[in-house]
Design a protein around this ligand. Structure first.
Ligand code: NAX
Length: 327
């Protein structure tokens, strides 16, 4: 058997944490042959609830689990981490301004960046789930000077999967036959779900749907799906978010399939006019534990305007956190 992979999950006592940990432990993320050591990070007030989750994880007697531990100190929790899934963050409370939200999360992600820098393994891979996910990833990366920024990614796979599901429903085609869909930009309502390169059962998606449906229904439905879930379920997306975080890591580790790609928010290398360093969602392929931004896609005027709008929002978040001294 291979050596155990150390996975640190933050916000372990939250609803996404609860939906995520059991599936990682079962082997759904890294496969049925890879033992896992799970480090659960929580704030002190929620550490006991995380201990409860550990009792339940024990009771599953998962054969792949070689270790289970709860921490309230990020430096201990990230020690030796190969994979870090940063789920815990500070939600926007009533009357909270964006600057308050950014600074509360800046406090969390700057410390976690330093802790990762101090002790994580050389092959570290990070996915930030906690919102504002893209900018939290930027903050964490900027406090981890010895770790390549490219290891810090943020989750837009849930948006990607929502976009697949909506296109599947509209065209009556199984998701397995839809390829090359892209989420661009920020994990927020400005994101751009792009079907212009997508194929549905081998045919160009844009030939199967009309422009009005695309602009007036599809794009806003995908971008505002989080709010729709809250209003229908009475709580924010949890199992679907956990699944997306798991699939993000699984793709990164195991690779995307030939002829297809996925969406990940990654530090820009300047591709597609996205300013270098911004953590923005792109179409990416993965192989051998590395990802690359899909090059040379043609960007229509329709797409350009939407990508630019979401990137402008990311730039304003970056300036706001820079002004707060968080970078
Ligand atoms: P919960 O409020 O259920 O859980 C969050 C947990 O994080 C709590 O147990 C809290 O104690 C813990 N926490 C807070 N600060 C921490 C710190 N410094 N270190 C360790 N743990 C800490 O939220 P949940 O529904 O699980 O959502 C978690 C985050 O995911 C939120 O920020 C949410 O906005 C974000 N989401 C991101 C999505 C994405 O696609 N990128 C989609 C789903 C979700 O909305």
């Amino acid at each position: 058997a291979s050596a155990p992979v150390t996975i640190t999950v933050t916000g372990a006592a939250g609803q996404i944490g609860y939906a995520l940990l059991f599936r990682i432990a079962s082997g759904a993320m890294l496969g049925p042959d890879v033992p896992v050591k799970l480090n659960l990070l929580e704030i002190p007030q929620a550490a006991q609830a995380a201990e409860g989750t550990v009792l339940e994880l024990m009771d599953c007697a998962f054969p792949l689990v070689t270790g289970l531990e709860v921490f309230d100190d990020p430096f201990k929790a990230f020690d030796g981490a190969n994979i870090a899934m940063l789920v815990g963050s500070r939600p926007r409370g009533p009357g909270m301004e964006r600057a308050d939200l950014l600074s509360a999360n800046g406090g969390i992600f700057s410390v976690q960046g330093k802790a990762l820098n101090a002790g994580a393994a050389d092959d570290l891979k990070v996915v930030v789930v906690g919102n504002p996910a893209n900018t939290n990833a930027l903050i964490a990366a900027s406090h981890a000077k010895d770790i390549p920024a490219s290891r810090f990614t943020a989750l837009t796979r849930l948006d990607h999967d929502r976009a697949l599901a909506q296109l599947s429903a509209k065209t009556g085609t199984p998701v397995s036959e839809i390829k090359r869909l892209t989420i661009w930009g920020n994990h927020s309502a400005t994101q751009y779900p792009d079907i212009s390169h997508a194929t549905v059962a081998g045919r160009p998606a844009i030939e199967l749907v009309d422009q009005q449906w695309l602009a007036d229904e599809y794009i806003p439905r995908v971008a505002k799906r989080g709010a729709e879930i809250i209003s229908v379920r009475g709580g924010s997306s949890a199992a679907s978010a956990a699944n997306a975080a798991l699939e993000h890591m699984r793709s990164w580790v195991q690779g995307t399939s030939d002829g297809d790609w996925t969406s990940m928010a990654v530090p820009s290398d300047g591709s597609y006019g996205v300013p270098e360093g911004l953590v923005s969602s792109f179409p990416v392929t993965t192989a051998n534990g590395d990802y690359s931004i899909v090059p040379n896609l043609e960007i229509s005027e329709f797409s350009r305007a939407r990508i630019d709008a979401s990137v402008a929002e990311l730039e304003s978040e970056r300036s706001a956190v820079a002004e707060l001294g968080l970078l």
